[in-house]
Design a binder for this molecule. Structure first.
Ligand SMILES: [Fe+2]
Ligand SMILES: [Fe+2]
Length: 315
């Protein structure tokens, strides 16, 4: 803001004496006074507007400052809340993880318990089956070992191989319901008798209940007489509609039945049994399982299983 100095002009022309100059002087003085007043007035107006301008600028700076301050406070509040939320999230995340870990531990314990109970259940079932048919003990043991060897050779995970193995021994568990005279018949079965035999697949599946532990065992019990070409029983399932476990058990079970002595037949040699299995490849059996079984015969695994079980029987 600038302050202007108002100058009063000293240049007043003095009128000649005795003329009507008094009026002229007055007029000039008046005009000068008006000019001075005008100047003072416009200077005051300028000052006022300068002041208004400064005041306006200060106001806007203040407003801006207040707005900024408000924004900062808001931001501060938000970040405080955010930090609290984050801390809360971390806390509940940790709690959740701890809960999950203890739930997993509880599940592991329950699974172990289930496994033990399941394995106990299997040995009870097998005991019952063995009492009914004296030959089954060695048969089941060999089938289990063949199944595990095939599974391993197919590259299945160890856990699955184990599951297939212990599940395979229950393939004929439904035969507990089959009348002895049919089970131990030494002559050809009639159509009616064969219908009764077929029922052991369904009975076995039902006997094995609902537990997850017996899921594979149920599939094996139900499907171990199904055929790759769909002409088996009880459901006529075909190809990979039959579970892999049952396709493997089918080969192991038939091979062992052929190479064992039964009331109605002598034991076939390994070569004869293998020839029959190969003849059934793509018809009765899954070709991949047959090829795997052939590879096991070639490397001596089949012979080894037979010797192991024979030794175990002597012990
Ligand atoms: Fe069977
Ligand atoms: Fe069998």
């Amino acid at each position: 803001m600038s302050i202007e100095v108002i100058e009063v002009s000293p240049r007043i022309t003095m009128p000649p004496a005795g003329s009507t100059v008094a009026g002229e002087v007055f007029r000039q003085l008046l005009q000068q006074a008006i000019r001075v007043a005008d100047q003072a007035n416009s200077q005051a107006v300028r000052m006022a507007s300068d002041f208004a301008e400064v005041y306006r600028r200060e106001q806007s700076v203040r407003l801006e400052y207040e707005t900024k301050l408000r924004e900062m406070r808001l931001l501060e509040r938000q970040s405080t809340r955010y930090a609290e939320d984050l801390a809360q999230m971390l806390r509940s995340e940790r709690e959740r993880r701890e809960q999950l870990e203890s739930a997993l531990e509880a599940e592991r314990v329950a699974n172990e318990e289930l496994r033990r109970t399941g394995l106990q259940g299997i040995s009870h079932l097998l005991l019952a089956a063995t009492i009914k048919d004296q030959t089954t003990g060695a048969h089941l043991l060999r089938v289990r070992k063949y199944v595990e060897a095939i599974g391993t050779r197919l590259g299945l995970p160890a856990q699955i191989v184990e599951e297939f193995g212990y599940s395979s021994v229950m393939h004929d568990v439904g035969k507990i319901h089959t009348p002895d005279h049919i089970l131990q018949s030494e002559h050809h079965l009639s159509t009616e008798e064969f219908e009764v035999i077929k029922q052991h697949c369904i009975d076995g599946e039902v006997m094995l209940g609902q537990a997850r532990f017996f899921e594979t065992a149920r599939a094996i019990a139900r499907e171990h007489h199904e055929r790759w070409d769909g002409r088996g029983y009880p459901d006529g399932k075909k190809g990979d509609k039959i579970s892999l476990a049952a396709r493997i058990v089918s080969v192991a079970d038939v091979f062992d039945a052929l190479t064992s002595k039964r009331p109605y037949k002598t034991a076939w040699t390994i070569e004869e049994g293998m020839a029959a299995v190969i003849a059934g490849s793509g018809a009765q059996f899954d070709p991949e399982v047959v090829a795997t079984f052939q590879a096991l015969q070639a490397d001596g695994s089949i012979e080894r299983v037979r010797q192991e079980v024979a030794t175990a029987q002597l012990d």
